[in-house]
Design a protein around this ligand. Sequence first.
Ligand code: GAR
Length: 215
Amino acid sequence: MAQACKTAILISGSGSNLQAFIDAVDKGAINLELCVVFSNNPDAYGLQRAKKAGIPTACVQHGDFPDRESFDAAVIAELDRFNPELVILAGFMRILTREFVAHFRGKILNIHPALLPSYPGLNTHQRVLDAGDEWHGSTVHFVTEELDAGPRILQGRIAVVPEESAKELEARVQAVEHQIYCVAADWVGSGKVQLRDGKSCSEGRVMLNPIVNKY
Ligand code: GAR
């Protein structure tokens, strides 16, 4: 088997997506080596998940820095100690600077709880319910300078159930995330999917649309 792709996972909170990665690596389902779990929040539960799994952790608090640029420079320095080939944003609730994106260009993935380009930003589940949408889901995409707008790779789509609450919808979307994020990250980690000239490419061919898995 090819060398596992050295992967940093960045979190701010619970880290249920991180847990999905830990479990998938344990099972041998994906060829990633989780080299560090980083958080901007020392109380993030995901840090405990990482420690339990024996993965190195690092934490830099954004409140200790005067601006985004100096915080991101510290995060870059921290991550570079581990030489990651892939940087996974898994509920990392910080907006990244251009410098950060340029430093890891083509290597940063994000998961966003909506069918992008619909519903960038926050409170996606409630906004989908308020709009009366039929479909919802989550999107794995490359990170570029523009928030929640980088080239998409894989989406998981579910039907909205009439009368369900935002909490219930969120739980169902998260269950989908735990499946699609590992798959998409493994595609990028293996080189099957790449960012080229600002577009997602699969085996060298431009992906006009993301792959959509229906659940
Ligand atoms: C995930 O649902 C992810 O889509 C969302 O944060 C959650 C983190 O959950 N990300 C964003 O909203 C980014 N814009 P987790 O900590 O349990 O993995």
